[in-house]
Design a protein. Structure first.
Length: 177
Protein backbone atom coordinates (compact mmCIF):
# COMPACT_ATOMS: atom_id res chain seq x y z
CA UNK A 1 0.00 0.00 0.00
CA UNK A 2 3.15 2.18 -0.02
CA UNK A 3 2.53 3.31 3.53
CA UNK A 4 5.93 3.37 5.24
CA UNK A 5 4.95 5.28 8.37
CA UNK A 6 5.98 2.34 10.59
CA UNK A 7 9.43 2.26 8.98
CA UNK A 8 10.91 5.71 9.55
CA UNK A 9 14.37 4.93 8.16
CA UNK A 10 12.93 3.38 5.01
CA UNK A 11 10.54 6.31 4.64
CA UNK A 12 13.42 8.78 4.78
CA UNK A 13 15.30 6.78 2.11
CA UNK A 14 12.25 6.66 -0.14
CA UNK A 15 11.67 10.37 0.22
CA UNK A 16 15.26 10.92 -0.91
CA UNK A 17 15.15 10.77 -4.73
CA UNK A 18 18.67 9.37 -4.82
CA UNK A 19 17.42 6.00 -3.52
CA UNK A 20 14.12 5.86 -5.44
CA UNK A 21 15.31 2.91 -7.55
CA UNK A 22 15.82 0.75 -4.42
CA UNK A 23 12.22 1.06 -3.26
CA UNK A 24 10.91 -1.92 -5.23
CA UNK A 25 13.78 -4.17 -4.15
CA UNK A 26 13.39 -3.26 -0.47
CA UNK A 27 9.63 -3.69 -0.74
CA UNK A 28 10.08 -7.21 -2.15
CA UNK A 29 12.59 -8.11 0.58
CA UNK A 30 10.24 -6.94 3.35
CA UNK A 31 7.31 -8.76 1.74
CA UNK A 32 9.33 -11.97 1.46
CA UNK A 33 10.43 -11.68 5.10
CA UNK A 34 6.85 -11.15 6.30
CA UNK A 35 5.66 -14.18 4.30
CA UNK A 36 8.37 -16.33 5.92
CA UNK A 37 7.38 -14.99 9.33
CA UNK A 38 3.72 -15.84 8.67
CA UNK A 39 4.67 -19.37 7.57
CA UNK A 40 6.71 -19.84 10.76
CA UNK A 41 3.78 -18.71 12.92
CA UNK A 42 1.49 -21.11 11.07
CA UNK A 43 4.02 -23.91 11.60
CA UNK A 44 4.40 -23.20 15.34
CA UNK A 45 0.71 -22.52 15.98
CA UNK A 46 -1.32 -24.56 13.46
CA UNK A 47 -4.42 -24.53 15.66
CA UNK A 48 -4.72 -20.76 15.22
CA UNK A 49 -4.79 -20.88 11.43
CA UNK A 50 -8.34 -21.91 10.52
CA UNK A 51 -11.42 -19.89 9.57
CA UNK A 52 -12.93 -20.02 13.05
CA UNK A 53 -9.94 -18.24 14.54
CA UNK A 54 -10.27 -15.39 12.03
CA UNK A 55 -13.62 -14.50 13.61
CA UNK A 56 -12.13 -14.79 17.08
CA UNK A 57 -9.22 -12.53 16.14
CA UNK A 58 -11.64 -9.95 14.78
CA UNK A 59 -13.69 -10.22 17.96
CA UNK A 60 -10.60 -9.60 20.08
CA UNK A 61 -9.50 -6.58 18.03
CA UNK A 62 -12.92 -4.95 18.24
CA UNK A 63 -15.84 -6.88 19.72
CA UNK A 64 -18.30 -4.12 18.85
CA UNK A 65 -18.06 -4.26 15.05
CA UNK A 66 -17.87 -8.01 14.41
CA UNK A 67 -20.97 -9.70 13.02
CA UNK A 68 -22.55 -12.26 15.33
CA UNK A 69 -22.55 -15.05 12.72
CA UNK A 70 -18.72 -14.86 12.46
CA UNK A 71 -18.39 -16.27 16.00
CA UNK A 72 -19.15 -19.82 17.10
CA UNK A 73 -22.66 -20.57 18.35
CA UNK A 74 -21.68 -21.02 22.00
CA UNK A 75 -20.13 -17.51 22.12
CA UNK A 76 -22.82 -15.62 20.24
CA UNK A 77 -25.05 -14.89 23.23
CA UNK A 78 -22.16 -13.49 25.27
CA UNK A 79 -21.01 -11.37 22.34
CA UNK A 80 -24.53 -9.93 21.88
CA UNK A 81 -24.64 -8.98 25.56
CA UNK A 82 -21.18 -7.39 25.35
CA UNK A 83 -22.08 -5.42 22.23
CA UNK A 84 -25.17 -4.04 23.98
CA UNK A 85 -23.28 -3.10 27.15
CA UNK A 86 -22.96 0.66 26.76
CA UNK A 87 -20.43 1.01 29.60
CA UNK A 88 -18.05 -1.49 27.97
CA UNK A 89 -18.46 0.13 24.57
CA UNK A 90 -17.69 3.60 25.93
CA UNK A 91 -14.63 2.27 27.74
CA UNK A 92 -13.37 0.49 24.62
CA UNK A 93 -13.86 3.58 22.46
CA UNK A 94 -12.10 5.79 25.02
CA UNK A 95 -8.79 4.34 23.87
CA UNK A 96 -8.10 1.64 26.45
CA UNK A 97 -5.71 -0.95 25.02
CA UNK A 98 -7.05 -4.38 24.14
CA UNK A 99 -5.23 -6.27 26.89
CA UNK A 100 -6.43 -3.96 29.63
CA UNK A 101 -9.99 -4.01 28.26
CA UNK A 102 -10.06 -7.83 28.20
CA UNK A 103 -8.67 -8.07 31.74
CA UNK A 104 -10.73 -5.38 33.46
CA UNK A 105 -13.96 -4.75 31.60
CA UNK A 106 -15.01 -8.17 30.35
CA UNK A 107 -15.26 -9.80 33.79
CA UNK A 108 -19.00 -10.22 33.31
CA UNK A 109 -18.33 -12.24 30.14
CA UNK A 110 -16.02 -15.05 31.31
CA UNK A 111 -16.15 -17.12 28.10
CA UNK A 112 -15.18 -14.19 25.88
CA UNK A 113 -12.57 -13.08 28.37
CA UNK A 114 -10.99 -16.54 28.50
CA UNK A 115 -10.79 -16.75 24.70
CA UNK A 116 -9.26 -13.29 24.40
CA UNK A 117 -6.69 -13.85 27.11
CA UNK A 118 -5.69 -17.21 25.63
CA UNK A 119 -4.85 -15.51 22.35
CA UNK A 120 -3.25 -12.42 23.89
CA UNK A 121 -0.87 -14.27 26.22
CA UNK A 122 0.22 -16.86 23.69
CA UNK A 123 3.53 -15.17 22.92
CA UNK A 124 4.42 -14.09 26.42
CA UNK A 125 4.42 -17.74 27.47
CA UNK A 126 6.92 -18.61 24.74
CA UNK A 127 9.03 -15.66 25.91
CA UNK A 128 9.13 -17.08 29.45
CA UNK A 129 10.16 -20.46 28.09
CA UNK A 130 12.99 -18.90 26.08
CA UNK A 131 14.05 -16.93 29.16
CA UNK A 132 14.20 -20.19 31.12
CA UNK A 133 16.43 -21.84 28.53
CA UNK A 134 18.76 -18.84 28.48
CA UNK A 135 18.98 -18.88 32.27
CA UNK A 136 19.71 -22.60 32.26
CA UNK A 137 22.49 -22.17 29.69
CA UNK A 138 24.04 -19.44 31.83
CA UNK A 139 23.86 -21.49 35.04
CA UNK A 140 24.89 -24.87 33.63
CA UNK A 141 28.10 -24.09 31.76
CA UNK A 142 31.28 -26.17 31.25
CA UNK A 143 32.57 -25.43 34.73
CA UNK A 144 29.26 -26.16 36.49
CA UNK A 145 27.94 -29.05 34.42
CA UNK A 146 27.52 -31.48 37.36
CA UNK A 147 25.49 -29.19 39.60
CA UNK A 148 21.76 -29.51 40.08
CA UNK A 149 20.44 -26.24 38.58
CA UNK A 150 16.90 -26.50 40.02
CA UNK A 151 17.24 -24.00 42.87
CA UNK A 152 19.58 -21.69 40.94
CA UNK A 153 17.16 -21.59 38.01
CA UNK A 154 14.26 -20.80 40.32
CA UNK A 155 16.17 -17.79 41.69
CA UNK A 156 17.25 -16.71 38.21
CA UNK A 157 13.68 -16.76 36.85
CA UNK A 158 12.02 -15.19 39.87
CA UNK A 159 10.90 -11.57 39.62
CA UNK A 160 11.12 -11.11 43.40
CA UNK A 161 14.06 -9.00 44.54
CA UNK A 162 15.81 -10.50 47.57
CA UNK A 163 16.08 -8.30 50.67
CA UNK A 164 19.56 -9.41 51.64
CA UNK A 165 20.18 -6.57 54.10
CA UNK A 166 16.99 -7.48 56.02
CA UNK A 167 18.00 -11.16 56.12
CA UNK A 168 21.50 -10.29 57.37
CA UNK A 169 20.13 -7.98 60.10
CA UNK A 170 17.76 -10.69 61.34
CA UNK A 171 20.53 -13.30 61.47
CA UNK A 172 21.81 -13.98 64.95
CA UNK A 173 25.60 -13.78 65.22
CA UNK A 174 26.01 -16.47 67.88
CA UNK A 175 23.95 -19.63 68.27
CA UNK A 176 24.41 -19.80 72.07
CA UNK A 177 21.61 -17.33 72.86
Amino acid sequence: MNNYSAFQTLKSLIDNEKYADLVNEVQQNVLQHLKKLKNEFNRYFPEYNDLETNGIRSMIRNPFIIKINEVSDNNQENLIELQNDRNCKDTFESGMNIEEFCCKKTIAYPKLREIALRYLVMFSTTYLCEQGFSGLLYIKNKQRNRLDPTKDLRVALSNINPRISLLVNEMQAQKSH
